[in-house]
Structure formats: C-alpha cells, structure tokens
Design a protein around this ligand. Structure first.
Ligand SMILES: C[S@@+](CC[C@H](N)C(=O)[O-])C[C@H]1O[C@@H](n2cnc3c(N)ncnc32)[C@H](O)[C@@H]1O
Length: 264
C-alpha cells in the first residue's frame, strides 16, 4: 500500500516532470516541432555518446520492450528504429504525449501511456526487456517499482536500468562543497539535497545507490552486473571532460547501469 506521504511526494514528482519533460531544458525550440526533437536527440547523444553501447539499442529486434519513465521517448526511438516493439510509460502526461508525437512523425510503431512504475498496467510476464534510464530513483518506493519490473518481465527477460551511483566523485566532492556553500547562506544542505538538485533546484526527489544496495534490490534477478559511467558535464572544460570520461567515470561516475535477467 502506498502511504499518504509517498502519494503526496509522487504528485510533486509528477508535477515537476510534467512541467518540464526531461530534455526540454536544453533547448529553446518549440516543443513538438521536428527541429525540437532533432535538437533533443543531437544533444542527448553528444553528451552521452556511450548510450548505444551501454543500452544496447540494436540488441532487441523483434523483442517486446517496455521503457519506464520514457520522458520524450528519445531512447525508445533508438530501440524502435532498430526493430524493437516498444511500449513507453511515464508518470506524466506530457512525456508520453510528446513521445507518441515523435513516433508518429517518424512513422514508427510504438505505444506510450501515462502510468506509474510502482503499479504497472500490464499482465505478468508481458515483456522481453525492461529499460529505464534515470527514473526509478525519482519514485518514492523504488523497491516496489523494481518488483513491478520483475513481475511484467517474461522468464529469462532482461533489464537495462540506470540508477544514480552513490559512491561517485559527484557525491564525494559535491556533498561537502554544497554543505559549505549552504552554511554561508545560513542553510544546512545535506547529501539528499545534493542528489536531488542534480535534476534541478526544485526537483522534489532523487536518490543514489551503491552496487551493494542494487544487489539487494535486484536479488530476485540473476546475473546482476554493473557498468559505471557519467554524462559529459556542460560546465567542465573539454580537458576535464576528457579526463573524467577516460579515467574517472568508469569507476566513480554518477550513473550506474544495472543489467540482469529474470530467473526462468
Ligand atoms: C530524469 S527524467 C528521465 C527521462 C528519460 N528516461 C530520459 O532519460 O530522458 C525522469 C523521468 O522519470 C519519470 N518518473 C518519475 N517517477 C515515475 C514513476 N513512478 N512512474 C513512471 N515514471 C516516473 C518522470 O516523469 C520523468 O519523465
């Protein structure tokens, strides 16, 4: 059962992302236009060039793939262009609407709906693959959402999920600096606030996990393994991004890719 507190927090999460679907913050082009979608896509893979390799966009031809927290549907589009049969859900209404419009514009099949990761509107064992990138750490009951992923996956089905990584340079350096910056303004900013504001100062909820946390949360699955990575940072000079991507991100990045399969 969802607590009243979680329901209220989830309503805030909904309102936050519905007002600014993820990706819209990086362009001033009018949402819904071809130029807008092209720019969202260009920017995403320029700053996250490792996505094709880490997310396996080409691996699921003919497979039924569910994207949870699809936002604008940019990753769903890559899977669909490569032959996956895509369904996308998002807590908001704006995300699925814009994602569906993008698919229609490109003449691609795909179904997008507004739904809650913690209560997926699908039968047990419906999908071959569940994909979710940067989403389940924004919902109040992340474990419940992971249990739903397990339920809707077919036996031997695969997951590709990204959650924020607790043991990262982003937190080791950011948390103390954020705390000191807060003190200068007479406020106490802690670890949870630092993780939350990664997605914007008024983002209501963000959480980060260690590999050991994830092993516990995904204990029902088999073959749990990880790849740690990080986005290109817009505020870093080029050489710092190069150092981060080549030397630091693979062990201390803020993004933790989780891969595993449902037991047969
Ligand atoms: C940081 S955005 C990521 C969007 C997209 N995956 C991407 O990478 O651009 C987080 C998304 O998670 C969605 N979200 C948060 N809680 C959710 C829930 N309980 N069920 C479904 N979607 C949720 C938000 O609406 C938002 O679109």
């Amino acid at each position: 059962m969802q607590t009243q507190q979680d329901a209220a927090l989830k309503a805030e999460v909904h309102d936050y992302w519905n007002a600014q679907p993820c990706g819209t913050q990086f362009t001033d082009l009018p949402p819904g236009t071809k130029a807008f979608y092209d720019e969202v896509e260009r920017f995403r893979y320029a700053t996250q060039p490792f996505m094709e390799k880490l997310c396996g966009f080409k691996n699921y031809r003919g497979k039924k793939l569910l994207e949870i927290g699809c936002g604008l549907g940019t990753d769903s589009l890559q899977f669909a262009r490569n032959g996956a049969i895509v369904t996308g859900i998002d807590l908001t209404e704006e995300g699925p609407r814009l994602a569906q419009q993008r698919f229609n514009m490109e003449g691609l099949q795909g179904e997008f709906l507004s739904a809650d990761a913690e209560n997926l509107p699908f039968e047990d064992a419906t999908f071959d693959v569940v994909y979710s990138f940067g989403v389940l750490h924004h919902t109040p009951d992340t474990q419940r959402a992971i249990d739903e992923v397990y339920r809707v996956l077919k036996p031997s089905g695969e997951i590709v999920i990204m959650l924020y990584h607790k043991h990262s340079l982003h937190t080791w350096i950011g948390v103390p600096l954020f705390f000191l910056g807060g003190l200068l303004k007479g406020k106490v900013h802690g670890y949870k606030d630092w993780v939350r504001v990664y997605d914007g100062g008024s983002n209501p909820l963000g959480k980060a996990y260690s590999r050991s946390d994830a092993r516990k949360m995904f204990h029902k699955f088999r073959g749990v393994h990880f790849t740690i990575c990080d986005s290109y940072r817009r505020k870093y000079p080029k050489f710092l991004n190069a150092i981060n991507q080549s030397l630091l991100a693979p062990w201390s990045g803020f993004w933790m890719m989780i891969y595993c399969t449902k037991k047969e």
